[in-house]
Design a protein. Structure first.
Length: 90
């Protein structure tokens, strides 16, 4: 499946499904609360760091067309990163 054609809403939905169904029980504890988790909406691969930036850059380096979605662990706040990292600077 080519994630490049997904809308922002589809990326968010898939990433949230990965988080709720597979990831949440492994990450929502102790020092992780308040950190950012970046999820590849196609594969479910994820990483955690305080701001999400390091993980997003690492995942984009591994797979430049990855559709990433960021969630603050333990909160209902999220940000989507599109196909080009320059877009987040707006």
């Amino acid at each position: 499946m080519q994630s490049i054609f997904w809308s922002v809403e589809e990326v968010a939905l898939r990433a949230k499904q990965f988080y709720e169904n597979d990831i949440r029980q492994h990450v929502e504890y102790g020092d992780n609360i308040g950190k950012m988790i970046v999820i590849d909406a196609e594969t479910g691969e994820y990483g955690i760091d305080p701001t999400g930036v390091e993980t997003a850059l690492k995942l984009k380096h591994q797979k430049p067309n990855a559709r990433l979605f960021t969630i603050r662990i333990g909160y209902d706040v999220a940000v989507s990163f599109g196909g080009a990292m320059e877009r987040i600077a707006k």
